[in-house]
Design a protein around this ligand. Structure first.
Ligand code: SAH
Length: 225
């Protein structure tokens, strides 16, 4: 899968996008990730990409021209399934969306900044708008990093044990059951006996009961989805 991120702050994405599982999925060639500096598409001699809003509001607005130039340069090279804009008023990102996006071939993620972007970008150049939650960030970079992380770990081969991604919280709309490692007894705090029993069917049943119990208690809304 290929992801192209367009941003005014590429340095904000470099570390998170080259560490741990994302770094490995890139090294293995599972994720072909490219970070583009929007300023490289500016024709202004100072490489400016923002301007004052019409109508006299506070804050600066990213201009349509460099954004269209960046998107078109990418589109001239390959077909893109989605051109995504990170936006607090977009549809809220969740696990089903990550699953669905992990099946796409090529996507562009455009990060807003400052007060936002010229609305005509959203009207004419974007196919999808995604928020990572009901709060306002300073820019779309962290949102793009969150989405890329959630997608990358789903790519086949990204996680050693393929089942691991499928048993995570939110897959099947259930929270994950509790998980433990050695020692089995730490200062009298014991791991549930069933997990030490070696009885596979009982362990499975316990995990399912725990997943249901935790979901009912902590996120009952998921059970009604
Ligand atoms: N004035 C805008 C907010 C601008 S915040 C408004 O009221 O909607 C600057 C940029 O950060 C946005 O353009 C967007 O790209 C990004 N951003 C902020 N919060 C976000 C969120 N919750 N999810 C995704 N992107 C977000």
């Amino acid at each position: 899968m290929r992801i192209d991120i367009i941003t005014v702050l590429p340095e904000m994405l470099e570390a998170p996008m080259s560490t741990s599982i994302i770094g490995r999925t890139r090294a293995k060639g599972l994720l072909d990730l490219h970070i583009h500096n929007l300023r490289d598409y500016s024709t202004d001699k100072w490489k400016r990409v923002d301007d004052y809003p019409f109508g006299g509001e506070a804050g600066m607005v990213l201009q349509i021209e460099p954004i269209e130039r960046a998107i078109n340069a990418l589109k001239a090279q390959r077909h893109y399934d989605e051109v995504i804009f990170t936006s607090p008023d977009g549809k809220t990102f969740d696990q089903p969306m990550a699953n669905e996006m992990s099946l796409l071939e090529n996507i562009i993620i455009l990060c807003g900044h400052y007060k936002g972007i010229d609305y005509r970008v959203r009207e004419h150049l974007i196919t999808r708008e995604i928020s990572i939650g009901d709060y306002v960030l300073t820019g779309g970079e962290l949102a793009a990093a969150v989405m890329t992380d959630a997608i990358a770990r789903l790519l086949p081969g990204a996680i050693g044990d393929a089942e691991s991604a499928l048993s995570d919280t939110f897959q099947d709309n259930l929270l994950a059951p509790p998980i433990y490692t050695r020692p089995a007894d730490y200062k009298g705090w014991r791991v549930p006996d069933v997990l030490l029993s070696g009885h596979a069917a009982k362990i499975e049943q316990w995990k399912m009961e725990q997943a249901l119990e935790r979901t009912e208690r902590l996120r009952p809304d998921l059970l009604h989805k």
